[in-house]
Design a binder for this molecule. Sequence first.
Ligand code: ADE
Length: 346
Amino acid sequence: MNDPLLTSKLEAWFTSNARDLPWRTSHRDPYHSLVSEIMLQQTQVSRVLEKFPTFIEKFPTVDSLANATEDQVLAMWAGLGYYRRARMLHACAKAIVSEHQSIVPSSVEELLKLPGIGRYTAGAIASMVFHQRAPIVDGNITRVLLRLHNQPIPQTDKKTVDWAWSRADDIVNSSQNPACLNEAMMELGATVCTPKNIRCDQCPIIAHCQSRKAGTTESIPLPKPRAKQRKLYCSSIVFTQNQSVLIERRDSKGMWSNMYQVPTIEREDRQPTPEEITTHLGVGADSLEPAGSFTHITTHRIVEFDIYRSKKAIKGADLNYRTIKSLDELAFSNAQRRILSIVEAL
Ligand code: ADE
């Protein structure tokens, strides 16, 4: 299907309505775009805006990222969640340095061979940075396409995703400027054709929208069946001593792998007692004070945290105290950062 009128309206709209975002520079740096596109997968723009500038300041080039340690990369990623992406981005930078002389490849085919680069990221870099006629599909674009064609189907079904890629391919092939068109589709989904509070009055392609004609826009896409979130119970103790905090490192498995935390025990059946933590540390359980509790929600988990604190010095060969000031350099999950914030109140 060829839609030159539709695509020219989208391109004109984006040219005068694009949000001013730090990665939208007139000349797109391929490495900066790689970082921003990977950060933007599954993370809101507002959160990426907080982290992207400091990440780029710390790792300004693909070589600087490739030469960093995993700990340094994870520390700069802290707060963005889905830490697997940070490890894959690190592996990707290493592969670009070792296999492509530190130059980000420009074709979808070559980009797809890199670790952590899927169809979306390959299409985004190839089109937005290297002006290739490559389609992209993300959640925003799928929703726009489903509404445009009045398809009341669930957004994440494989059939829907295949359909969206083929439709995105049609659209990019009838555009004047694939970079502008792809970003316009994403921007439309992010700012106008939103999941709720849809702003149809501001839509540049309202005249083409089949769901608008049918009056079905608000019920598209069909809601997806909710993934069941499992409960997890965590108890943590903040031990402080001379402006330092006792921390430990998680193992390399599962959620928050290899990240740092204050001593924490987790169970699936009930809240662990603080004594379970002190026994695990091999120390006595006296002088513990309750310091609050909160619920942390992730896509797959509802995590109940109970926090305790103690200013009593504990000793042990394996115990690792770090100064409060130096904690920013280490990778802590958002939940653990929330726990650490109580340290300031001690
Ligand atoms: N989400 C994913 N890529 C994006 C981009 N380039 N601009 C804004 N939001 C995005």
